[in-house]
Design a protein around this ligand. Structure first.
Ligand code: IMP
Length: 212
C-alpha cells in the first residue's frame, strides 16, 4: 500500500540529542516530531538486535503498539575500521550498560591510542524505521564518513561527536554548528532517504553546504 508522509510522528528515543536533530531536520519540511515522554511515561526497550535495522524496528514496533499513531525510531552508532567495526550497534553501551558519553569516548580513545593518523577512518551509521499502527513499515539508512581525532574537541552535539572529525572541514562534529552537522550527518542522510521513499522533498540547506 502506498504511504504518505505523516504530518506528525512520535520519536521512539530518549536521547535529547537525537530529538533536537530529528526535529530540526523534519521540522524544516513541516513534520511535527513529538517526544516519546509526551505520550508515554518511562518508555524503554532492550536493544537485543545485532543490526541497526533490527533495533530500529524493535523500538518503533514496541512504541507504535502503545500509542496508535505513526512512530519513527532511529538506531545509530559509530563504526571504526581499525576496531573491526566496533563499537557499532553497541555504541551507546560501549563502556558498560549505563555508560556516559564521556566514558564511551574515553574507552574509544584508549583503544585507538596506538592507531596512527591515516588509519583512523570511521563512519556514523543510522537506520530510521517509520511504522504505522496498521503495521506498515518504511526503513532508510544513512552513512557519514569521518576520522577519529586524537583527542576530544568542541562542546556541541552528543555521543561521539567530540572525536568524530569531518574530513571536509577538519572540525569535529562537536565543533561544527548544529546546522552544519545536520546538513551532513548520517541522521540527515537517513531522513532524506526516508522522505524521498515516501515521495516527499528533503529540506534545502541554504548556506550550510549539504553533503551528498
Ligand atoms: P542507540 O541508537 O540508542 O542504540 O544509540 C546510539 C549511540 O550511538 C548514541 O548513544 C551515541 O553514542 C552514538 N551516536 C549515534 N548518533 C550519534 C551522533 O550523531 N553523534 C554522536 N554519537 C552518536
Amino acid at each position: 500500500m502506498a504511504r504518505d508522509l505523516p504530518a506528525s510522528i512520535v520519536l521512539a528515543s530518549n536521547s535529547a540529542g537525537k530529538l533536537t536533530e530529528v526535529r530540526a531536520i523534519l521540522g524544516a519540511i513541516g513534520i511535527e516530531v513529538v517526544p516519546v515522554g509526551q505520550v508515554v511515561s518511562e518508555w524503554s526497550v532492550e536493544e537485543t538486535g545485532d543490526t541497526f535495522e533490527t533495533n530500529a524496528l524493535l523500538k518503533a514496533r514496541d512504541l507504535v503498539a502503545r500509542v496508535g499513531v505513526p512512530v519513527l525510531a532511529d538506531d545509530s552508532g559509530l563504526e571504526v575500521a581499525a576496531l573491526g567495526g566496533r563499537p557499532g550497534v553497541r555504541s551507546a553501551r560501549y563502556a558498560g550498560a549505563a555508560a556516559t558519553d564521556g566514558e564511551n569516548v574515553g574507552l574509544l580513545l584508549h583503544e585507538m591510542a596506538a592507531v596512527p593518523e591515516g588509519s583512523r577512518a570511521a563512519a556514523f551509521r543510522c537506520v530510521m524505521a517509520l511504522v504505522w499502527p496498521d503495521g506498515g513499515v518504511v526503513t532508510a539508512a544513512g552513512t557519514c564518513p569521518g576520522v577519529i581525532s586524537a583527542e576530544p574537541r568542541g562542546a556541541g552535539g552528543f555521543g561521539y561527536d567530540p572525536v568524530f572529525l569531518d574530513p571536509e572541514t577538519n572540525q569535529t562534529f562537536a565543533e561544527l554548528s548544529a546546522g552544519a552537522k545536520n546538513a551532513r550527518s548520517h541522521r540527515r542522510r537517513a531522513l532524506d532517504a526516508l522522505v524521498a521513499e515516501l515521495g516527499g522533498s528533503p529540506a534545502s540547506d541554504a548556506g550550510c553546504g549539504r553533503a551528498t
